[in-house]
Design a protein around this ligand. Structure first.
Ligand code: IMP
Length: 201
């Protein structure tokens, strides 16, 4: 089986992607190639951040690889938190005082629910960009899923903002779905499908 490095140590993302690519590719994580550092994500767009992470791994570890960057874009907040989704709670805004720590999903959800308090329009979309760097080739794949931000958390599956994201056409959140169900409609699932179609050409 072909080996692909996925430039992440996020166990949730890894298991989602491994499930999607199972039987086709062996997906290695950063840990499995001896990379234990936090990858840089210093740009203002998902595209640039995904490319930055993949290029970092290629440059420093010598592997062909792919990286993803994901943002939750909320219409009434002009697309925020977007590229700042991972550290949303650590940004002071309105009457929200910055909380310590990046990647704190509980605090991130708390802030988002706070910012949407009393708002009628709760529509949002998750967007994933995958950067694929193999040899001298660079390809980008995008996946989007639309939905609404619920008023409360529901469900215990998944990760990140899953308990408050209800995809269009469903009456449950991502955190109430099985991994298979989420993958079949999710932003990352759709981006990976595009990557697979490209690889299978
Ligand atoms: P990143 O791609 O790891 O930078 O993700 C940015 C932020 O979005 C983090 O706070 C993640 O927890 C969150 N996130 C990424 N993918 C998902 C998802 O599939 N569901 C819910 N939250 C996600």
């Amino acid at each position: 089986m072909k080996v692909i490095v996925f430039a992440t140590n996020n166990e949730h993302k890894l298991s989602e992607v491994r499930q999607i690519l199972s039987g086709m590719f062996e997906v290695k994580s950063l840990k499995e190639i001896g990379c234990f550092e936090e990858l840089p994500e210093t740009h203002e767009t998902l595209h640039e951040n995904a490319v930055q992470k993949a290029e970092y791994v290629k440059e420093h570890y010598g592997y062909d690889c792919f990286a993803d960057d994901t943002g939750l874009e909320v219409a009434t907040l002009n697309g925020k938190p977007g590229v700042y989704s991972a550290r949303y709670a650590s940004i002071s805004e309105g009457d929200w005082k910055a909380k310590d720590g990046d990647h704190d999903s509980e605090q991130n959800m708390k802030k988002l629910l706070h910012m949407l308090n009393g708002k009628e329009n709760r529509s949002a979309q998750f967007k994933t960009v995958i950067a694929w760097l193999v040899g001298n080739e660079k390809h980008l794949f995008e996946g989007i899923v639309t939905g609404d931000i619920t008023k409360e958390r529901h469900g215990a599956e998944g990760f990140g903002y899953d308990p408050i994201f209800q995809p269009t056409g469903y009456d449950v959140t991502f955190a109430e779905m099985s991994a298979e169900e989420k993958n079949s409609i999710s932003h990352r699932g759709r981006a990976i499908q595009k990557l697979m179609e490209f690889l299978n050409k």
